[in-house]
Design a protein around this ligand. Structure first.
Ligand SMILES: Cc1cc2nc3c(=O)[nH]c(=O)nc-3n(C[C@H](O)[C@H](O)[C@H](O)COP(=O)(O)OP(=O)(O)OC[C@H]3O[C@@H](n4cnc5c(N)ncnc54)[C@H](O)[C@@H]3O)c2cc1C
Length: 391
């Protein structure tokens, strides 16, 4: 009898698994809470008003061949891994093989008021929300009532978003006849540097580029509490905000812990080299909700780079599983890190190379092209290439 393969989540990991199964003609069902696959790594571009928002998502029906894959749009509310079924919009869905690729969610670290008063850059809708709020705020900015936009978290997401907003503000100001000096963009970071995961020289470069774009970069500012219109710190005066965007941390999708999966302190499920959680031979967990050990034994950071590789690998392994052959262990290829600093600049580390300026930005654009091609070939590439800016 045909095995029921069920994939939860149509992000980077889930879509790559689905596309890999499709190429092998292996039937599957794919559940996602939205009818599209969103390019999450580019959501700062949507929030920062760069291109048409629709360039940053693709309908699942344009990726999945209905002869091989069934798409089910709905929200997964529970995973009963002992009974081999999941609840989707309250109805049970059974499986023989389960792929969990439900991604992560924002971490608020228990900081009072943070979740309530901040907006987060996560999916497509939240990015559009930030985009709309920015337009409304800029329209209202005056010398008496300047607008303060604060981005919390100087990691890759926060820095990419800040760079994008910094480039957009002058355009918006011109469009609405507002003086750009009446709009303040502030990046706050608890650590003593932004992008601490990168080389020291690149950290300095990122700060310099953002400051040249008019951003106030404030490091060593740890958020203690957020109130309506005000961020409070332990040892700095409070800052007023018109919009506070929190990008300071992620944790695994809480549904996993709630469904009885063993999780680490970041809510991620520890998995073995073929992505099985301990004692669950018919379940695979990949992407941001998996804690996969790196060379030093610590879990690798949650990235799209890793999620896509895991999805590709898992699709091959499911092919082997169905043939009754042993599964291959996953060996990640960590190619490096790239981040944009607005529309024309970037920074990154690729192998031993430290990159900055136009080269890093160009490689980031090349990555977009490569990804589009990998999920849907020429058809997808030609439809969505509006998001790629070669020059
Ligand atoms: C602004 C931004 C920039 C980033 N830039 C980079 C970058 O440059 N490089 C990089 O490698 N990584 C980057 N990342 C991180 C990267 O986006 C994630 O690591 C990646 O998306 C993880 O892939 P995933 O498949 O595990 O989860 P996701 O891509 O998050 O997919 C999860 C899917 O599950 C769906 N889902 C969630 N819960 C449910 C539910 N209960 N029911 C049904 N469906 C559900 C979601 O809608 C989504 O479609 C960035 C992240 C952000 C936010």
């Amino acid at each position: 009898m045909e095995k029921q393969i069920l994939i939860l989540g149509a992000g980077y990991g889930g879509v790559k698994t689905a596309c890999g199964l499709q190429r092998q003609d292996i039937p599957f069902a794919l559940v996602n809470d939205q009818p599209y696959h969103q390019f999450t790594t580019l959501m700062h571009e949507v929030a920062g008003g760069r291109d048409h928002p629709d360039d940053y998502r693709i309908a699942l029906q344009d990726l999945i061949d209905p002869r091989v894959g069934k798409i089910r749009i709905g929200t997964v509310s529970a995973i009963d891994w002992k009974g081999r079924r999941v609840q989707v919009d309250g109805a049970p869905l059974e499986y023989d093989v389960l792929v969990v690729a439900l991604g992560s969610e924002t971490e608020f670290f228990g900081i009072p008021g943070l979740q309530k008063y901040s907006v987060q850059l996560w999916g497509f809708d939240s990015a559009l929300d930030i985009r709309r709020r920015m337009v409304e705020l800029v329209k209202k900015a005056t010398a008496e009532h300047p607008v303060n936009v604060i981005v919390g978290g100087g990691g890759l997401t926060g820095v990419e978003l800040t760079g994008e907003l910094a480039d957009w503000i002058p355009h918006l100001s011109r469009q609405y006849g507002v003086h750009p000096e009446h709009i303040h963009l502030i990046l706050i970071e608890a650590m003593e540097t932004i992008v601490p995961m990168l080389d020291v020289e690149l950290q300095r470069r990122a700060r310099q580029v953002l400051e040249q774009k008019g951003v106030q970069v404030r490091t060593g500012t740890k958020v203690a509490e957020v109130k309506e219109g005000q961020v409070l710190f332990d040892d700095h005066p409070p800052l007023s905000y018109s919009l506070f965007i929190w990008t300071g941390g992620v944790r695994g999708n809480r549904l996993l812990g709630e469904s009885g999966f063993p999780v680490d302190r970041k809510g991620r499920v520890p998995v073995d080299p073929v992505f099985h959680p301990k004692g669950m031979s018919d379940v695979f967990v990949i992407g941001d909700c998996a804690a996969f050990p790196g060379p030093d034994g610590r879990p690798l950071p949650p990235t799209a780079q890793l999620a896509t590789q895991m999805g590709d690998h898992l699709a091959q392994n499911i092919g082997l599983l169905l043939k009754g052959r042993p599964l291959n262990a996953f060996h990640p290829h960590l190619r490096g890190t790239l981040a944009s600093l607005g529309r024309g600049q970037g920074i990154g580390e690729v192998g031993n190379w430290k990159l900055a300026g136009g080269t890093a930005r160009f490689l980031k654009e090349a990555n977009k092209a490569r990804y589009l091609w990998s999920i849907g070939g020429w058809k997808t590439f030609s439809r969505k290439r509006g998001q790629i800016r070669w020059a």
